[in-house]
Each structure stands twice: as structure tokens, then as C-alpha cells.
Design a protein around this ligand. Structure first.
Ligand SMILES: Cc1ncc(COP(=O)(O)O)c(C=O)c1O
Length: 400
């Protein structure tokens, strides 16, 4: 039977996938040396691999059976402790363990987004966040972003133009993916006000908040307004521990927990019990804090190395963000002379991978920009990768 004749559901055409995730397979197929600035993942040497291996070898009764959908009680307890230690009090009836942050985003959209609903997203934003909202039929509005995060002051005009209020506002408040910028406290407060007026849920996606290496933390939305029922927080261990574990959690209004459980039961029954046990034992062993302290210093070094290399190789030809934490730099070419999508193939041939700007927009914006992940490479490799990027830019410039 030809592909066109398969009885696909209408929603299949709204599944846009992820250029970021596909880059993992694309890179795995390459046989030459590539400096990897594409995926947002810690390098193996910055994951506590030995400890995780040790804990994953622990044998515990029931480890290979089904677990409770809301999460292993011991892990929920550790998550509550982790949040409380960072000033964000919570309770077990607010926590649902998820299969990574991605499942948290999927659950948020599944519970709140009907086809045609308006969802405000940051422009640029995390590709898979857009993809998830679109898979539920959302109509996205890309709101501008500046050095203080989402330009919340612009939202009333955007909403007036749309002629209706948003069902959800999707924000990545700390060290945003892809730009690295952080939402200021004043804007967090304004966002809470506007969401309250419009009755919009705030999907507060914060995988990087604990990876702050400069300046003081800004209070989380749920610290500014504890108990606000519109805040739906999505968290993950992927960036602070290891993405392959696929363990995250949602912290949301207790009234949502039974719906989250129903939705999750139709997805995966429960999150991997062995992976939950490994994370639980790692947290209970008191290893997270020292691990975070170690990696924060190294990430700062890597960020500085990347900014220095960009300045050295490109000078004023690029504008580069200067994040206080997280994994990413957002690089914009001056004068719109470089199309980062067109550049990609040449860059890959030169031996460097990144994510082109348009991947972070559903409006085909940001052709003059790209995202670089500094977390995965040593300072020496970073310099080499940026030098390769410069050679690629020169090569397409010469070919024009
Ligand atoms: C902003 C943001 N949200 C969610 C995720 C997904 O996290 P996970 O790998 O735990 O599914 C990522 C991963 O890149 C991310 O950057």
C-alpha cells in the first residue's frame, strides 16, 4: 500500500518533530571528527557516571516491576527535599514524576491545549516545546525576547491583535534555550499578573535553573506567588544529572494530579523504575550538591572559552549573549550576511555542528542566528570548533 493511502489521523500532519533531536542521528552517521555544539547535553566527563553505574547496579525488590504512575515515593520525597533546599516548598500531591522534561511539556499541553487554542511562546524558543504545543493543535504566537527574557510588556498588544486571550504561556525563565537569557524579576511579576487576568496557564519550563554560575538567583514564579494554580512547573534531571536517565517531574496544582496520572497511564503507565531508583539513591547519597558545584565552575569556564573564541575568530561580525548559567550561547551574525541554515552543510563538512536559528521558530525567523552549546566540549575543543565555524563562514562567503 502506498504511504499516501494509510489512514493517518489529522493530527499526524501537525507532528513536526525536532531538528535538535534529529541532529543526534545525523551526527552518529558522520565518520569524520566533529566538534559538537548541537545537542544540549553535558559531556560524559561532566556526568557522575561512576556513581550512577554503582547505584544502578543496586538490587532492590520490585525494581523491575511496574511502579506507581505518580512516581516512586522515595524519589518524590527526594524531589520535595531538593526543591525545599532551593527555597521552593512543595508537597507530594503536587509532584508527578515524568519521563524527562519532554513528558512534562506533553502533559501540560494535553491537559490545557485544545485544537486552535492560542499559546504564547518565546521567539526563539525550545524547538520541542513548539512541537509539543503544535501536536495538540495550538496556534502559536511568537513573542519577542531580549536580554531580560520574554518581553512580557509586549504581550497585551499581541493578545489584542489576536483578538483573544492565550490558553497558555510557555516560558523558559532561566538561561533560556536557545538564547541563554534570564527573565527579570519585574517581568516575572508582570507575567503572573497578566496570566491571572487572562486565566492563562504558565508553562514554567526550567531545566537549567540549578546551573547558575554567575550572579544571584531570581525567585522562581512559584516563589513569587506560592500556590498560584496557573503555574505548571516542568523540571528534569537531564541537564543537572544525565539526560539518558529520562527522569523529570511536574510540580503543579494538587487538583491536577489525578488528571496527570490518567494522562500518563495512557502514555507509559509509569516512568522507568530502575532509572527512578538510580536517581533516588544518588540524591539520598547527598551527591547532587557537590556534583552541581563541580559542573557549575566547569560550565562557566566553557562559556568563557566560547565567548573568547567567538571574539577572537569573528570579532564584531557576531553578537553573542552572555548567560549567567545553563548551556547555550545565541550567536547573531551582523548585517544578515550569513544564512545559518545554508551554512550548516559546509560547517558539518568542516567538522563543527550547531543548531541553525530557524529551528527555534515556527515563523521561519532567525536565519541570521545559531545556537551553540558550550556544555559538551572542553575549552580546547571549543576553540577548535569556533575556528572551524569561521572557516565554514569564509567558505560560503567566498562561494557567493
Ligand atoms: C527548555 C527545555 N525543556 C525541556 C527539555 C527536555 O528535557 P528532557 O531531556 O528531560 O526531556 C529540554 C532539553 O533540551 C530543554 O532545553
Amino acid at each position: 500500500m502506498a504511504q499516501g493511502q494509510l489512514p493517518l489521523a489529522h493530527r499526524a500532519s501537525d507532528l513536526i518533530g525536532s531538528i535538535i533531536d534529529s541532529s543526534t542521528s545525523l551526527l552518529a552517521r558522520q565518520t569524520h571528527d566533529i566538534v559538537r555544539f548541537a545537542m544540549g547535553a553535558p559531556s560524559d566527563d561532566l556526568m557522575p557516571v561512576e556513581l550512577l553505574d554503582r547505584y544502578s547496579a543496586h538490587s532492590v525488590p520490585g525494581k523491575y516491576s511496574y511502579g506507581s504512575t505518580e512516581g516512586e515515593p522515595d524519589l518524590v520525597e527526594q524531589i520535595i527535599k531538593l526543591q525545599t533546599d532551593h527555597g521552593i516548598a512543595t508537597t507530594a500531591d503536587r509532584i508527578t514524576v515524568t519521563t524527562g522534561g519532554m513528558q512534562g511539556l506533553d502533559l501540560a499541553c494535553k491537559l490545557f491545549v485544545d485544537p486552535g487554542d492560542l499559546v504564547i511562546v518565546e521567539g526563539p524558543t525550545y524547538t520541542n516545546g513548539n512541537a509539543t504545543a503544535l501536536s495538540y493543535g495550538a496556534q502559536l504566537i511568537e513573542a519577542p525576547l531580549d536580554d531580560n527574557g520574554l518581553v512580557v510588556e509586549a504581550l497585551p498588544d499581541l493578545v489584542a491583535q489576536a483578538g483573544r486571550t492565550p490558553k497558555a504561556i510557555y516560558t523558559i525563565p532561566n538561561f533560556q534555550n536557545p538564547s541563554g537569557v534570564t527573565l527579570s524579576q519585574r517581568r516575572r511579576e508582570l507575567l503572573l499578573d497578566l496570566a491571572g487576568q487572562w486565566g492563562s496557564v504558565i508553562i514554567d519550563d526550567d531545566p537549567y535553573g540549578l546551573l547558575r554560575f554567575e550572579n544571584r538567583p531570581i525567585p522562581a514564579l512559584s516563589q513569587l506567588d506560592p500556590g498560584n494554580r496557573l503555574i505548571f512547573s516542568v523540571r528534569t534531571f537531564s541537564k543537572i544529572l544525565a539526560p539518558g536517565l529520562r527522569i523529570g517531574w511536574v510540580d503543579a496544582d494538587p487538583g491536577l494530579q489525578s488528571l496527570l496520572i490518567n494522562a500518563k497511564q495512557a502514555m507509559d503507565t509509569c516512568t522507568s523504575v530502575p532509572a527512578q531508583r538510580t536517581v533516588t539513591d544518588f540524591l539520598a547519597g547527598g551527591h547532587l550538591q557537590p556534583h552541581l558545584e563541580r559542573v557549575r565552575g566547569l560550565y562557566r569556564e566553557r562559556k568563557d572559552a566560547m565567548r573568547t573564541a567567538l571574539q577572537h575568530h569573528f570579532g564584531d561580525a557576531v553578537r553573542v549573549t552572555d548567560p549567567d548559567g545553563g548551556f547555550f550561547l545565541w550567536v547573531t551574525f551582523a548585517g544578515k550576511v550569513v544564512d545559518t541554515q545554508a551554512l550548516f552543510e559546509t560547517a558539518l563538512a568542516e567538522g563543527v555542528a550547531y543548531i541553525p536559528g530557524p529551528a527555534f521558530s515556527t515563523a521561519d525567523n532567525f536565519h541570521d542566528a545559531l545556537r551553540l552549546c558550550f556544555a559538551t566540549s572542553t575549552p580546547e575543543r571549543i576553540d577548535e570548533g569556533v575556528a572551524r565555524l569561521k572557516r565554514a563562514v569564509d567558505a560560503i562567503g567566498a562561494a557567493r
